[in-house]
Design a protein around this ligand. Structure first.
Ligand code: SF4
Ligand code: SF4
Ligand code: SF4
Length: 249
């Protein structure tokens, strides 16, 4: 299956909020009143559109080619699918929140206020794209600022726009190399720092860095630590689920 992706062109974004609303509707999330640009990423906002320097700045899961969130998850609750989306299997999740800490883009959010909390984030409308449709945000965008397609084709389009723009764009496609590449690619006319995107990321996939660090730690320490942490969280999670079920009865 072909790895798909999204190209977000900051220069074409009208900050209309249609993508933000489409995310809310698609994922059945509450729609807050007021300025949508103030709705930051949370367990009820999987896509945020921030206003910076008069431009729209998209925040959502980057759907990393080699996702750190999936590599640290001890129970394979996060999965990179062949179609490009990083999806979440909530029935497997034990609530350890390693993914929340490990994501280089601070994306996964935990439902702290719920009795039975899960991790929440954008899944690139996985069921839609698996059926050959585009993600809801891209389908709703009236300006073409969000382009959906094969990741390799989107990279080609992005570099063509940079070349044709003759300096109108920053000569860099954000997500082409960051953490080994992401399925959300971003084109901008001003610096990534001004837009607030992290720019100090390695071009190596984070899972490989994790493993490079881990091989230097004695195996017995790792195994012991992992087992104890796992046991503690499993026990805690079981207790939380039991308590919540009791209250629901
Ligand atoms: S952006 Fe974070 S949550 Fe999304 S795939 Fe990458 S590591 Fe996982
Ligand atoms: S919180 Fe859930 S999805 Fe995240 S790492 Fe732990 S088990 Fe995996
Ligand atoms: S729908 Fe398109 S133009 Fe409107 S805010 Fe989203 S990306 Fe920008």
């Amino acid at each position: 299956m072909t790895a798909m992706g999204l190209l977000f062109d900051v220069t074409a974004c009208a900050l209309c909020g249609a993508c933000w609303l489409a995310d809310k509707e698609r994922n059945k999330l509450p729609i807050p009143e007021g300025d949508f640009t103030q709705d930051a990423l949370s367990d009820t906002a999987f896509l945020a559109m921030e206003r910076r320097q008069g431009r729209g700045v998209r925040h959502s899961c980057m759907h990393c080619v080699q996702p750190t969130c999936a590599s640290v998850c001890p129970v394979a609750a996060l999965e990179k699918t062949p179609v490009g989306a990083v999806v979440y299997h909530q029935e497997r999740c034990i609530g350890c929140r390693y993914c929340v800490i490990a994501c280089p883009f601070c994306v996964p959010k935990y439902e702290w206020s719920k009795q039975l909390p899960y991790v929440r984030k954008c899944d690139l409308c996985h069921s839609r794209i698996a059926a050959g449709e585009s993600p809801a945000c891209a389908a709703a965008c009236p300006t073409g600022a969000l382009l959906y397609g094969e990741r390799s084709a989107l990279l080609h389009v992005a570099h063509e726009r940079i070349a044709a723009g003759k300096g109108a764009y920053l000569d860099r496609v954000y997500g082409e190399h960051e953490v080994g590449g992401t399925s959300l690619l971003i084109l901008t006319d001003i610096s990534l720092e001004e837009l607030g995107y992290p720019t100090n990321l390695s071009s190596n996939p984070m899972p490989s860095l994790t493993w490079e660090a881990l091989v230097n730690v004695p195996r017995v320490v790792l195994l012991g630590g992992a087992m104890l942490t796992g046991l503690w969280w499993l026990t805690k999670r079981r207790e939380e689920v039991r308590a919540a079920r009791k209250e629901q009865q």
